[in-house]
Design a binder for this molecule. Structure first.
Ligand code: IVH
Length: 676
């Protein structure tokens, strides 16, 4: 085949893959009816990535591989909305809904029923997407309704946002399509994100809305890409080259363009039906995987909407009717400060116990000082409590100031647990106790150390940890390994038998893997995933402790902040000593160490059949030590398959997919740095 014909064939394959991927995105995200497995989808994406890697000149900005592309920006640019993004008037109760309906009828001088579209009012961040000739050109936040922020790079990372509109059968691709909607973080994703942040010692998000806003307003789109944001579109902006007669028609049409619309939206033939929808959704809201804060009723006909017009930034043709929040009023008895594993101080409100959605609540995190100032929360105030994401209680607002009013809350100058110095960096939210021996920090460190994904020590629960640290039996992590049964048995409520069990469990945790040990140290910003990467790259705690910031940053997924945090940890002599002492107690399995650079750098290799000069294990170790990755199955991602005697189905698969095979001789040559 000639070169030109070759290129034409590749172009066609790339186009076909993009169309297929876009189609499957649509089935998955918009229709919620996937037709292929995640693995199959992945395969398509990898194939496209590989082709584009070989032919970078064929990459276009709307390719599904180009979601995360832009470099972090210093600041968001301002986007002026072509028409104002309005807000909604609220109805406080059913009576006000009926009143709204009456007003509409009066204005239109009609007695006949009005047709509405009832939709969920989503609690997220309002955004506008602009499609020009079917391509996503700009995405912006609502801002003040007139000017928003340019968040295009971040919106592009959301999988359910098509970078290019699909071509429906009966509709043209419009010259201009502005659609507005809500970016949200699903409840489950929110819970997971906060768990992870807690593990890494990062400040928690108060609710999914804040988490969505924080994720979307990230200056680095790579960070946004790690947050599973989603979006629902629900309103038109300026349209050119396409027209719709009603809201319902609009929703159906944008769905055909591949945009995600909320499946709960419904046509109601009267205000009574809207109220029925509200009642139904009040029941069902907790089963939805996103925060919904009410129902929006919109006059369906766009002609009638135009007739009704707007007053003071809100349309006369729509109204929001919020759900009754799961809220309860109570009083703040005291504001305490808790110290976390990395020394971060968190203000916590101690409350007069109150029942909220079936649970007794007596304390709520106030998150940070900024939040307290913004809401002006003080001891003795009556506050409204709400359960965000239906789980974590938080203070919505002060409902009645205490009197006499308590002074403004101040962060302590010294650590409430150890009296140590508190540091606070100008412009940052956090306050930290820097005393590495602070008992509060130690309790959190031990708790983390013993947890399932770290040393996995059964029986070492929160209560026992507190007893051990407070009694002075455990001052450093390695003290755990020196505990005697008698010492444990002497603690309150501890029998001989359980004391022995715990000593045994601690003892058997000595044998561990390097990634667990690294995770267990509790280095800020280092979770399970990063620990694993560090383990395969450095091979021992000692090597890791001496790695430079540059070496750390050379690892995939490790950015400057994480690299700095690791360096800072080992630069602290106290930490270094603690690690050395701990290392003496542990028996850490030596992992296969991946070279930063080597003859197999970043190559994915599969071994099949029996080799003559080495065992399968040796071969795999050599691959890793030469910078490569070992995989157990052949896919299009595989770079080479090493074929020994009596190879299995993997050889056949390699041939089918056109993956390069190596015999033992080629393999040895490649390991020594020759050939390709
Ligand atoms: S329509 C002109 N529909 O509520 C009407 N808004 O107070 C424009 N919102 O800023 C909005 N769900 O962020 C509409 N289904 C929905 C909505 C919705 C949530 C938010 C939106 C807007 C605010 C209006």
């Amino acid at each position: 085949m000639t070169m030109a014909a070759d290129l034409t064939r590749i172009k066609a394959e790339i186009q076909k893959l993009r169309d297929e991927i876009n189609h499957h995105n649509y089935l998955y995200y918009v229709l919620d009816q996937p037709e292929i497995s995640d693995a199959e989808y992945d395969k398509l994406l990898r194939r496209l990535e590989a082709l584009e890697r070989e032919h970078p000149e064929l990459i276009t900005p709307d390719s599904p591989t180009q979601r995360v592309g832009a470099a972090p920006s210093e600041k968001f640019a301002v986007v002026r909305h072509r028409t104002m993004m309005m807000s909604l008037a609220n109805a406080m109760n059913a009576e006000e809904m009926v009143e709204f309906d009456r007003r509409v009828k009066r204005f239109l001088k009609t007695e006949g029923e009005i047709e509405y579209v009832a939709e969920i009012k989503l609690d997220g961040l309002s955004v506008e997407l602009v499609y020009e000739d079917g391509r996503l050109a700009v995405a912006s936040t609502r801002g003040d309704g007139i000017n928003g922020e340019d968040v295009t790079a971040n919106i592009r990372t959301i999988r359910s946002v098509p970078l290019r509109l699909l071509k429906p059968k009966r509709l043209p691709i419009p010259k201009l399509l502005e659609v507005r909607g809500e970016a949200i973080l699903p409840k489950q994703a929110f819970a997971k994100l906060n768990e992870e942040r807690e593990r890494k010692g990062e400040p928690l998000f108060a609710n999914p809305r804040n988490a969505a806003a924080g994720s979307l307003r990230q200056l680095d789109p790579r960070v946004t890409a790690t947050r599973p944001l989603d979006i629902f579109l629900y309103a038109p902006g300026v349209l050119e080259g396409v027209e719709f007669d009603s809201q319902w028609e609009f929703l159906q049409a944008i769905k055909e363009y591949g945009l995600r619309v909320n499946p709960e939206s419904r046509v109601c033939r009267s205000v009574e039906q809207v109220l029925g929808y509200w009642n139904e959704m009040t029941e069902r809201r907790h089963d939805l995987d996103y925060d919904a804060d009410g129902v929006v009723a919109k006059v369906n006909s766009y002609a009638v909407q135009a007739q009704l017009g707007e007053v003071s930034r809100s349309p006369r043709w729509a109204i929001a009717y919020k759900f009754k929040a799961q809220q309860e009023e109570t009083r703040i008895e005291k504001i305490e400060v808790q110290v976390g594993r990395i020394g971060s101080l968190t203000p916590v409100a101690k409350l007069k116990p109150v029942q909220l959605a079936g649970v007794t609540i007596s304390s709520a995190s106030l998150h940070n000082l900024d939040e307290i100032r913004r809401k002006d929360i003080r001891e003795g105030d009556a506050v409204m409590l709400e359960r965000a994401g239906d789980v974590i209680p938080y203070v919505v607002e002060v409902t009645k100031k205490g009197h006499p009013r308590a002074p403004e809350f101040q962060m302590p100058k010294r650590c409430p647990e150890c009296g140590g110095t508190i540091v606070h960096e100008e412009g940052e939210v956090g306050y930290f106790c820097v005393n590495a021996n602070c008992p509060a920090r130690m309790r959190e460190s031990v708790r983390h150390f013993a947890s399932k994904n770290c040393m996995n020590i059964d029986g070492l629960g929160d209560k026992l940890v507190a007893q051990l640290v407070d009694s002075g039996l455990v001052r450093e992590l390695d003290d755990l390994y020196k505990l005697k049964r008698e010492q444990l048995a002497a603690l309150e409520r501890m029998g001989e038998k359980s004391a022995q069990n715990i000593v045994d469990n601690i003892d058997s945790s000595r044998k561990t893997t390097l990634d667990r040990a690294i995770n267990a140290l509790g280095i800020r910003h280092v979770g399970e995933h990063t620990a694993r990467q560090l383990a395969t790259r450095f091979g021992s705690l000692e090597e890791l402790a001496h790695a430079s910031e540059d070496e750390l940053r050379a690892i995939r997924d490790i950015g400057p902040e994480v690299a700095r945090s690791i360096r800072e940890y080992f630069d602290e002599p106290r930490n270094m000593k603690a690690v050395e002492r701990l290392a003496r107690e542990l028996q850490i399995e030596r992992p296969h160490v991946r070279a930063a650079r080597g003859p197999l750098s970043d190559k994915s290799v599969v071994v099949t059949g029996t080799l003559e000069s080495m065992t399968r294990e040796d071969a795999e170790r050599k691959i890793i030590e030469s910078g490569g990755r070992v995989s157990s199955s052949v896919s299009r991602k595989t770079d080479f398959v090493v074929v020994g005697a009596e190879p299995g189905s993997k050889l056949r698969k390699a041939k089918e997919l056109g993956v390069k095979t190596l015999d033992e001789k080629d393999f040895l040559e490649m390991l020594s740095g020759g050939g390709r």
